[in-house]
Design a protein around this ligand. Structure first.
Ligand code: ADP
Ligand code: MG
Length: 714
């Protein structure tokens, strides 16, 4: 019989057959032998390790502990009884719990005798407990055969219903190793294997599925994680290199009059060191003959806008137009007003285009864009409409990019010319504009590196001078009177206040009611004419929103009651208090964005997170994180841990990585190593032509054939 290769359909594996093959396909995406081989266990039942009660973590993991039962009692509860035993070792105590078979257990358990227990620990009522543990007397246990690590594979309800249990999958895996004689080709070079002491591929696969011991398992995991991340990095870096070779950029070779004039005479403040550094990085991109694709990260209030403005001036100095796209109308408005004020001084033309721009104005804007008399266009998604055509778009800036999809980013490319003609060097008009993406949602470096490995990243890691960190506190709804008293005091000092309500799509009507109820109660507590209140929410007409917003910006109202529409970008330096209602319903990054609305002036600012008493563990972590730190990057890391990368990047990108074994958060160090080696490799052998790199080249082409992440990341 021929040894099957790994591309053989899974149906041919002995013990699978058409029915199971179909279930494996639909439930786990397993089509071939290779796919099954790459189904890695989620965890292992480790019967080689013994834990102490004092070391237990709230991880829900299965653990093995040696100790003894010191007492046992029956606890009556509404729905039947349960048997509870106190189990101790020299580091602490925990509970063992039985709901079934209590009589037998009670009669057979020995008190004050050493047992080995095994099972999953729960954290309950401030104590660890293990329901229905596997138990064995220590003396018996020591006589028995040592059992190793038992892999537990991913499962679904349908799999178990169809009888494809963990044992069945383990059996299939054994069969696969038998049939293929476990001859799995190496995918990395000898160099890399030696340098980082990696286990060879075949041995890693053997030990990931049938670990001989903890140490070999750890080595196998390391090797496979490294490999997975390495090939992703290789793809991203190759893509980046290709882009830099192929996609020529518009040559912005001069720093001209507008830039100099503005820089020398009209800068409203001294730039921070970080702002200067980032502008330098951008200037380097623009002068490099390659298209710029830069992500500018900076915490809320770090001053990204001015960097954007200076970049626009560079575009205009070189004879091009520029545009800036923002995610909401309010934000577009605010950018427009701010930019216009700055650039009027150097005599540049600037227009605003949003969904509510009148038709007659639009016609004028379209015409002026095409004849080139309009230098800068600021707006919302409206910029993406087909009718909007520039004469000469050289730079597109996208603010708060997490709101925009990849497809929209790509659409901007076509506004100034067609990138397909990028090879045609003679016609500058056919080159895509430079792209600068500004975001205040810090993307943890880990994620940025893996998802945006092809983007260049600049970071403004310094706030303008004189900013005081916002003081953040958590208050319960029952303390509302006190909170209102504080708000009143701040208003007396001349400050302004935001009160924000959640708005979550699924229950929009309900949230809207909350908002209106809240508004009414605030209006009662802060009566006219002493207090003036603005309200802004998504169901208002844009003109009404603007009117209310303007009143607040001008200081005519002291309180702004709003939904999250004010989340991004809005800048009212005199507002120094942010009250967030039902704060437990907001995500971390949203809370941080909201908090960023205050702390923009010289006064001490406050963020008050209001909640009820009932809070989940996760909500508590979020609130705690907020009260403990103002650092957006730290917050983003916690957020990533709580939610996982998929949610953070939006569904569109969550499927991009689809990691089989590596964990982008926990395996950060491996990621860095993998990136380092991928960079080194491409430096010394960019086309993977050297004989020693053949295994990599072969594996790489296989991967690109089957799962090309280029298709997902623009
Ligand atoms: P963000 O990065 O959140 O978009 P902005 O660009 O809106 O921040 O800037 C926040 C505020 O800080 C604005 O009022 C802006 O004028 C001010 N600002 C920006 N840079 C500086 C600086 N170097 N010195 C003083 N104030 C600055
Ligand atoms: Mg901004």
């Amino acid at each position: 019989m021929n040894t099957p290769n790994l591309q053989t359909p899974i149906v041919y594996l002995k013990g699978v057959g058409p029915n199971r093959a179909e279930t494996l396909q639909s439930e786990l995406g397993i089509h071939t032998y290779q796919d099954l081989l790459n189904l890695f266990p989620n965890r292992y039942l480790d019967k080689t390790q013994y834990y102490k009660i004092g070391q237990l973590q709230r991880s829900n993991a299965d653990v093995q502990i040696v100790g003894k039962i010191v007492n046992i009692k029956t606890v009556e509860q509404k729905r039947g009884k349960r048997l509870v035993a106190t189990f101790v070792d020299d580091t602490g105590d925990m509970e063992l719990v039985w709901f079934r078979g209590q009589k037998w257990i009670r009669e057979n358990l020995k008190l004050n005798t050493a047992y080995v227990i095994f099972g999953r620990c729960n954290w309950f009522n401030g104590k660890f407990s293990m329901p229905h543990p596997d138990m064995e007397l220590l003396t018996e246990h020591q006589k028995g055969l040592k059992v190793g690590m038992q892999p537990i594979y991913p499962s679904t309800e349908k799999l178990s219903n169809k009888g494809i249990t963990n044992r069945v999958i383990s059996k299939m895996m054994q069969q696969l190793f038998l049939e293929t004689k476990a001859r799995f080709s190496e995918t990395l070079s000898d160099n890399i294997l030696k340098e980082i002491h990696l286990l060879p591929k075949a041995e890693s696969l053997l030990n990931i599925h049938f670990p001989k011991n903890q140490e070999l398992l750890a080595k196998a995991q390391f090797r496979l994680k490294f490999e997975e991340l390495f090939f992703i990095q290789l793809q991203l870096l190759t893509k980046k290199a290709l882009r830099q070779q192929k996609i020529k950029g518009l040559p912005f070779d001069q720093v001209g009059e507008y830039f100099k004039e503005f820089y020398d005479h009209h800068l409203p403040f001294e730039l921070t060191g970080a702002q200067k550094r980032v502008i330098k990085e951008i200037r380097q991109d623009l002068g490099s003959n390659a298209q710029m694709n830069r992500l500018l990260q900076g915490d809320v209030g770090s001053g990204k806008t001015i960097v954007g403005v200076m970049t626009m001036l560079l575009a205009i100095d070189n004879g091009y137009q520029a545009c800036l796209m923002a995610p909401t109308e309010i934000l577009a408005n605010q950018h427009y007003t701010g930019i216009k004020k700055l650039l009027d001084k150097v005599g540049l033309n600037c227009a605003l285009l949003t969904g509510s721009t009148k038709k007659s104005e639009r016609t004028v804007i379209h015409a002026n864009l095409e004849n080139g008399s309009l230098h800068i266009l600021v707006g919302t998604h409206a910029l993406l409409e087909d009718k909007v055509q520039f004469q000469n778009l050289g730079l597109a800036i996208i603010d708060e990019q997490h709101r925009f999809g990849v497809a929209q980013r790509a659409k901007l490319w076509h506004k100034g010319g067609t990138p397909q003609n990028a090879d045609n060097e003679t016609s500058a008009g056919s080159l895509p504009p430079h792209i600068l993406v500004m975001t205040a949602t810090p993307i943890p470096r880990t994620l940025a590196m893996s998802l945006y490995g092809d983007l260049d990243i600049s970071v403004i890691d310094e706030l303008p001078p004189g900013r005081k960190p916002v003081k953040t506190v958590h208050r319960f709804d029952s303390n509302r009177l006190k909170v209102f008293g504080f708000v009143r005091d701040e208003i007396k000092k001349g400050r302004q206040v935001y009160v924000v309500y959640p708005l979550i799509q699924e229950s929009e009507a309900l949230d809207y009611k909350d908002l209106m109820d809240g508004y009414e109660s605030i209006a009662r507590d802060f009566p006219m004419p002493e207090y003036q209140i603005s309200i802004v929410h998504g169901q208002m007409k844009p003109a009404d929103k603007d009117y209310e917003m303007d009143r607040f910006v001008r200081g005519e109202t002291q309180i702004m009651v709003a939904t999250t529409v004010i989340e991004v970008g809005v800048n009212v330096p005199n507002a120094s208090v942010m009250v967030i209602e039902s704060a437990e319903r907001f995500g971390l990054s949203q809370l941080h964005q909201l908090r960023g609305r205050v702390g923009r002036g010289a006064d001490q600012s406050y963020c008050i997170l209001m909640t009820g008493h009932k809070l989940s563990e996760e909500s508590k972590t979020r609130l705690q994180t907020m009260t403990q730190t103002n650092d957006g990057f730290e917050i983003a890391e916690v957020d990533l841990k709580l939610r996982g990368p998929g949610d953070i990047m939006g569904t569109q990108q969550s499927g991009v990585l689809n990691l089989k074994i590596a964990d982008i958060v926990k395996d950060n160090d491996i990621l860095k190593t993998a990136r380092h080696y991928a960079i080194q490799l491409l430096k010394t052998d960019p086309r993977l032509e050297k004989p020693e790199n053949l295994p990599i080249r072969h594996a790489y082409s296989q991967i690109v054939k089957h799962k090309n992440i280029w298709n997902y990341i623009s």
